[in-house]
Design a binder for this molecule. Structure first.
Ligand code: NAD
Length: 260
């Protein structure tokens, strides 16, 4: 369905971004991967996607928390893929602390990657999308774009910002075939969440398995994790003709978290 299209997925060396990149490649899109990791592991990932799906896959390890990191990445994707049709803003980090103990340096780092880089990537990608008259922007936000949790001031502020930005971009592109939507996952078992489960196990003196069960039952009524594969399928849907008139939307995949 996406044969001939090109896509950039930020933070796609792990977790949700990798799930989305695989799903887009499976539909025939050529890719630009981004994110951190061992050079040999990333090369194996890149070559594996090319082999499995018969598409071209590039990699650029830009640090998107740096000024113009996201803009430079988009320009490199356009140069190496020929143009950029699909932009998935996924790279993100977390820091957990009460507001009065939240280090300013961590606040700045979370806002820089989870919000400012999304703005910079979109700003760089839009001119090409507008010129060609087609584009799909998918922002991986969070349930924390819609509701809050304690100790996540920077993350919750950034994700609420991403939903606001998604709506502005949707309005500014409403009359052309460019859409901008957000996906709001609940808990997904990725390295980002595993770190929170591990910290919880230590804090509460329980096993890692028990800490995972406790984490889920606190917020996510389904008591099961959303998977990167499910989120990949949702991103593919947002790039499909069926979603051509969906824009500015925030789609939850949260096991009922925000229904409570
Ligand atoms: P992850 O830690 O598994 O992956 C994050 C990716 O971003 C990795 O590829 C990492 O290398 C990359 N990255 C980190 N810092 C970067 C930087 N400065 N520049 C470029 N790339 C960088 O995390 P994940 O759980 O897959 O999260 C992906 C997105 O989904 C994030 O925006 C996160 O907020 C969001 N999210 C995650 C969950 C969850 O439960 N895991 C829930 C809701 C939303």
């Amino acid at each position: 369905m996406l044969k001939g299209k090109t896509a950039l997925v930020t933070g796609s060396t792990s977790g949700i971004g990798l799930g989305v990149a695989r799903a887009l490649a499976a539909q025939g899109a050529s890719l630009m991967l981004n994110g951190f990791g061992e050079a040999s592991a990333i090369e194996a990932l890149r070559a594996g996607l090319e082999r499995d799906f018969g598409v071209t896959v590039h990699y650029n390890g830009a640090d998107l928390s740096k000024p113009d990191g996201a803009g430079g990445l988009v320009r490199d994707a356009e140069a190496r893929l020929g143009r950029l049709d699909i932009l998935v803003n996924n790279a993100g980090i977390q820091h957990v602390a009460p507001v009065e103990e939240f280090p300013l340096e961590r606040w700045d780092a979370v806002i820089a990657l989870n919000l400012t880089a999304v703005f910079q990537g979109i700003r760089a990608a839009l001119p090409g999308m507008k010129t060609r008259g087609w584009g799909r922007i998918v922002n991986i936000a969070s349930v924390h774009g819609l509701v809050a949790s304690v100790n996540k001031a920077a993350y919750v502020a950034a994700k609420h910002g991403v939903l606001g930005l998604t709506k502005v971009v949707a309005l500014e592109t409403a009359e052309i075939d460019v859409t901008c939507n957000a996906i709001c996952p609940g808990w997904v078992l990725t390295p980002l969440v595993q770190a929170q489960i591990d910290a919880r196990a230590v804090r509460e003196g329980v096993s890692i398995e028990q800490a995972g069960r406790d984490l889920l039952s606190e917020k996510q009524p389904s008591k099961s994790f959303t998977t990167p594969e499910q989120l990949g399928a949702l991103a593919v849907f947002l790039c499909s003709p069926a979603a051509a008139n969906m824009t500015g939307a925030s789609l939850t995949a949260d096991g009922g978290w925000t229904a409570q």
